[in-house]
Design a protein around this ligand. Structure first.
Ligand SMILES: [Zn+2]
Length: 368
């Protein structure tokens, strides 16, 4: 039975993964990994669309992990998001399975050295595209679709997220194609197993002050969400992740919408602690994990359709956005003919149906 991580351990977990290491090793002892039949996966929560088979994943026994220092904690709750990391280790040109297995063992040793009971992350992907189990029992939990192994990969979010470490350093270069493809496949399978929407894929930096998963890999996350959705056979709107420390018109839109939804942040375009608290309160009210971050799931619930005759904070958001495109409207919250004309013009410029009604697709275009 394992003791919950104390605060210091959590801090170290958050910081450690942010910039340290992880390696994935998939290949020593090279057993051929045969994906199980998804139809035999109990508790799976297919989102609809296409059934995604389990990718080949080297379990801890395969890469010869050491035993965990304590029994890992298995929660009977599903994670609600996937968090992408980079190991911040060298961009090796060794793409072999042996390298991947060695990486997995190295990471476990690094994390033992941190005082952790086992590898912090649930899964690892090598630059060669090998996928490995990280913390013990993570694979078994994901196969169940209902259980989650508490990791040590993102402070404050270890009970609600699955962490994937990608071998390499992606501040200025992109992951190799094989690695990215493996990431798409693993995310799609995890989303299917746990019922996580394809949009709910985040970078470590979305929740913790870290550069992880690197500027380049982080910038690929919107594409990753689209690619995962395509693998699942679903269509999603991918909204821009908006969070603490950001400033500008998009933040102001979120604030106006929060006000329209009964929260009371100032509409100043600066995403500070008050806005984060308002977001968390809103998330709690709509049964989302209260993380204080406006990701796609939050945007989808925040926006409300407005049209001529409507009034209020959401209309102010529209007017203020249109003014950044030169509309010259008075931001009075009254949706009159001038606002309607500006909306139609904007919709035409974005190849949207020019109906003058601000629905989800127009909102998405306004904030993107
Ligand atoms: Zn990280």
């Amino acid at each position: 039975m394992n003791t919950p991580l104390n605060r210091r351990q959590l801090l170290r977990a958050g910081l450690g993964l942010g910039g340290t290491l992880l390696l994935a090793s998939c290949g020593l002892n090279a057993q051929t990994l045969t994906p199980p039949d998804p139809a035999n996966t109990p508790g799976a929560a297919p989102l609809q669309g296409l059934a995604v088979g389990m990718p080949a994943i080297a379990g801890t026994a395969t890469w010869q992990a050491q035993a965990a220092k304590e029994a890992v904690t298995v929660l009977a709750t599903r994670p609600t998001r996937i968090i992408v990391h980079h190991t911040d280790s060298a961009n090796t040109t060794d793409l072999s399975q042996a390298r991947a297995f060695a990486l997995a063992r190295d990471i476990q040793q690094w994390h033992f050295a941190n005082g952790w009971i086992d590898s912090g992350q649930q899964f690892t992907i090598s630059r060669g595209g090998y996928v490995l189990e990280g913390r013990h029992r993570s694979l078994e939990a994901a196969q169940s679709g209902t259980l989650h192994v508490r990791g040590a990969q993102c402070e404050g979010f270890n009970d609600v997220s699955v962490g994937i470490e990608n071998e390499g350093q992606y501040m200025s270069s992109a992951p190799p194609g094989a690695q990215y493809s493996a990431l798409v496949g693993l995310c799609a399978w995890l989303c299917q197993q746990y019922g996580i929407p394809a949009t709910e894929l985040y970078g470590h930096r979305d929740f913790v002050n870290t550069s992880c998963p690197g500027d380049v890999l982080y910038a690929k996350l919107p594409q990753l969400r689209r690619d995962v959705a395509a693998r699942l056979g679903v269509t999603v709107r991918v909204w821009p992740t908006t969070r603490s420390g950001m400033t500008g018109e998009r933040v102001k839109t979120a604030q106006y919408l929060l006000r329209a939804r009964g929260q009371t942040p100032g509409a100043d375009g600066a995403y500070g602690s008050g806005t984060a608290s308002a977001v968390s309160a809103f998330e709690t009210g709509v049964n989302l994990t209260p993380d204080g971050v406006v990701g796609s799931a939050v945007w989808e619930r925040l926006v409300l359709t407005v049209r001529r005759g409507d009034a209020g904070e959401a209309v102010k958001a529209v007017q203020s956005q249109l003014n950044t495109r030169g509309a010259g409207l008075t931001v009075d919250g009254a949706f009159g003919p001038g606002t309607e004309t500006a909306v139609r013009n904007f919709q035409s410029s974005r190849s949207l149906t020019a109906d003058g009604i601000v629905g989800p697709n127009t909102w998405l275009a306004l904030v993107t």
